[in-house]
Design a protein around this ligand. Structure first.
Ligand code: NAD
Ligand code: UGA
Length: 474
């Protein structure tokens, strides 16, 4: 029976996942460790609104368990030594240089944490891959751990390795964790598999806990993300065709989604998928296929990513085209910067590429997002914000000098003041309720609404005198 869990990596997955395990298994002590002191401090902040990850409902779960059986610490070795089970939940981004750069996963953090587990563990330890990993990574982890197995002064050391990928989506993480469609456990050691199944068994119905071999488990995670992303690229490709043919992508999505074999989810056209995983996991799949000589399979999946990049680029091009071919010196209100609603995460958000294109064209961007900080936007755009007051809507400050500038503003009304266009990039619910009569009144006419999420009340915007483009509307 598992009594003590350690999770290495206190990020978007490690934090919420362990919080729910601690909540549902009050008899298990759970410690989440990270090298990042600031992140651990934020997880321990008495003010629950300061948690490093914004997820609806997370503050309540952490508030219930923290100090009871949920702990956040930088003492990685101590937590490993005390644990019966260690989850590896560290980042696995795409490699930026060396062999496989731009496609393969960078496994340096997973290897470093496996080595740390090998050194610090005591007795028998079940090591669980929670990070998304290339197929056969468990073999690498097993090899590293195997080298440390044997008798030690503290007793016999041994390991079992399991794969247990995470399927939560940001913004709905707590609901996804509390009522998962399935939990997937891949492994060879029946006792280890049942020990992990027993943890989930506290709240997940038995028929939803799937057991597979370890390679199928690793590959299922990459495949699930590839299929989800493929649906988005598919609907975005049809959105472009709708715009050319006067069809409406929402009507098409409803019509095809009514076919129970297709289903209605993940058929929302938009500015392209963002988030830390879809692109990285597909590229990883592409890399694996090439590694195994499956060139056609690799090309097939790569097209999903190519289409996604094209969708982002065509939106910035469309904005420039509609604003008489130039946005130099023009104020454009950007509503939403996060990669989806209900998260503060901006990793791979379509807003980065679209805003960067518009800045390159010399636009003055007034960016509003309810959860993303100005510091994060500056990091993402690689450019500091314009000093307060200069991008004030007069279009005079930088005027026609051609330099693109941006500012973060406090609300949509401030964003649109003096703007030639509003560009909606994240589907925050508040954008569905905007008062278009009030907003249009403070814009420079003729003014545009470019709604890349089709979330706004287009009828009200048109009635207020705006020209409107909605993704996928002919
Ligand atoms: P993240 O970057 O938010 O968190 C990873 C954390 O691991 C960081 O805080 C980092 O400091 C820490 N870390 C790295 N190496 C360490 C080490 N040796 N010791 C201690 N701490 C270390 O990443 P994330 O979004 O939580 O993703 C983690 C994994 O889960 C990735 O493989 C990702 O593909 C996968 N995943 C993510 C999501 C998601 O929604 N974000 C969903 C499912 C799966
Ligand atoms: C996604 C998967 O949904 C999770 O199952 C998976 O665990 C996770 O990746 C991961 O491995 O990291 P996430 O990226 O958090 O979760 O969010 P999604 O809801 O999948 O959205 C991804 C992107 O696709 C967002 O930019 C979103 O706006 C976009 N999207 C989604 C659309 O454009 N249209 C849709 O119909 C759905």
């Amino acid at each position: 029976m598992i009594q003590t869990i350690c999770c290495i990596g206190a990020g978007y997955v490690g934090g919420p996942t362990m919080a729910v395990i601690a909540d549902r298994c009050p008899g298990v002590q759970v410690t989440v460790v990270d090298l990042n002191q600031a992140r651990i401090d934020a997880w321990n902040d008495a003010d629950l609104s300061q948690l490093p990850v914004y997820e609806p409902g997370l503050d309540a779960v952490v508030g219930r368990c923290r100090c009871r059986n949920l702990h956040f610490s930088t003492d990685v070795d101590g937590a490993i030594a005390a644990a019966d089970m260690v989850f590896l939940s560290v980042n696995t981004p795409t490699k930026s240089k060396g062999i496989g750069a731009g496609q393969a996963s960078d496994l340096r953090w997973i290897e470093a944490s496996a080595r740390q587990v090998a050194a610090a563990a005591r007795g028998h330890t079940i090591v669980v891959e929670k990070s998304t990993l290339p197929v056969r990574t468990a073999e690498v982890i097993q090899t590293i751990l195997g080298a440390a197995e044997g008798d030690t002064p503290a007793g016999r050391k041994s390991f079992s390795v399991l794969s247990n990928p995470e399927f939560l989506a940001e913004g709905t993480a707590i609901g996804d964790l509390e009522a998962p469609d399935r939990v997937l456990i891949g492994g060879e050691d029946p006792a280890a598999i049942e020990a992990l199944a027993a943890i989930y068994g506290h709240w997940v119905p038995a028929e939803r806990i799937l057991r597979t071999n370890v390679w199928s488990s690793e590959l299922s995670k990459l495949t699930a993300n590839a299929f989800l992303a493929q649906r988005i690229s598919s609907i975005n490709s049809i959105a472009a065709l709708c715009e050319a043919t006067e069809a409406d992508v929402r009507e098409v999505a409803r019509a095809i989604g009514a076919d129970s074999r297709i289903g209605g989810k993940f058929l929302k056209a938009g500015p392209g998928f963002g988030g830390s995983c879809f692109q990285k996991d597909i590229l990883n799949l592409v890399y694996l296929c090439r590694h195994y000589g499956l060139v056609e399979v690799a090309n097939y999946w790569e097209a999903v990513v190519t289409l996604n990049a094209w969708q982002q680029q065509r939106i910035s091009a469309l904005v420039v085209r509609q604003l008489f071919g130039t946005v130099t010196g023009k104020r454009i209100a950007v509503l939403g910067f996060a990669f989806k609603a209900d998260t503060n995460d901006t990793r791979e958000t379509p807003a980065i590429r679209i805003c960067a294109d518009l800045l390159e064209e010399g636009a003055q961007l007034a960016i509003f997002d309810p959860k993303v900080s100005a510091e994060q936007i500056a990091l993402d755009l690689g450019q500091q914000p314009e000093a307060s007051g200069s991008a004030n809507g007069s279009s005079a400050a930088n005027g026609l000098s051609g330099e693109g500038v941006w500012q973060k503003v406090a609300d949509p009304l401030e964003a649109v003041r003096g703007a030639d266009a509003v560009l909606v990039l994240t589907e925050w619910q508040q954008f569905a309720q905007l008062d278009w009569a009030a907003l249009a009144g403070v814009m420079r006419q003729p003014a545009w609404l470019f709604d890349a999420r089709a979330i706004c009340d287009a009828g009200a915007a048109r009635a207020a005198g705006l020209k409107v483009w909605r993704v996928g509307e002919g």
